[in-house]
Design a binder for this molecule. Sequence first.
Ligand SMILES: Cc1cc2nc3c(=O)[nH]c(=O)nc-3n(C[C@H](O)[C@H](O)[C@H](O)COP(=O)(O)O)c2cc1C
Length: 186
Amino acid sequence: MSFIQGLLNLNKFKKEGEKMSELKNKKSLVIYFSRADENYSVGYVDKGNTEYIAEYVRDFIGADLFKVEPLIPYSKEYSKCIEEAKQRVGNAPIKNKINDISQYEVIYIMTPIYWGSYAPEIGTAIKDLDFTGKIIRIVTTHEGSGLARVVEDIKKICIGANILNDSIAIKGTDCATARDKIENWI
Ligand SMILES: Cc1cc2nc3c(=O)[nH]c(=O)nc-3n(C[C@H](O)[C@H](O)[C@H](O)COP(=O)(O)O)c2cc1C
């Protein structure tokens, strides 16, 4: 590596470091969906995969959590749940709505992949919010699809937001042990 290249890299890392420490200090909200009960690969669980990630971020930076919950709970059985989720795309009523995110600078949106995109209830939760000027960071949990279409689909809804180019996808079965990975990402 040349001397100049070395200086450029140093500058780049310094800027990234500054960006991260600034992010940590901004008032943050995690909007997430996560389902317990029977799921792919994990069997019956008391806590959903995505919830682990939401809680790590709360613990690391003191973010507030908003858990999106379906008005009508999904079936406990995985096979029934996947059929129900397909029917809810575009029509997924939720139990509690968050109406005002004006006090937050950074919004973390965390969702399992459902049929290649976010859980339908996430769409309901975010569609009427004013994201103008907000920083958005996205986490998906999945069993093979990675980020799938989530980033593109969130971009369509969260008009005026600055969606950071650092979205991550965590395998569902790794979530309970992903604390270090999230600490590095945060
Ligand atoms: C209704 C439903 C649809 C799913 N669709 C996909 C999918 O398209 N791609 C994928 O990789 N995983 C899919 N999964 C697996 C989940 O995304 C994965 O297990 C996730 O970690 C579950 O998060 P949770 O426990 O927080 O709800 C699906 C699971 C369910 C229940």
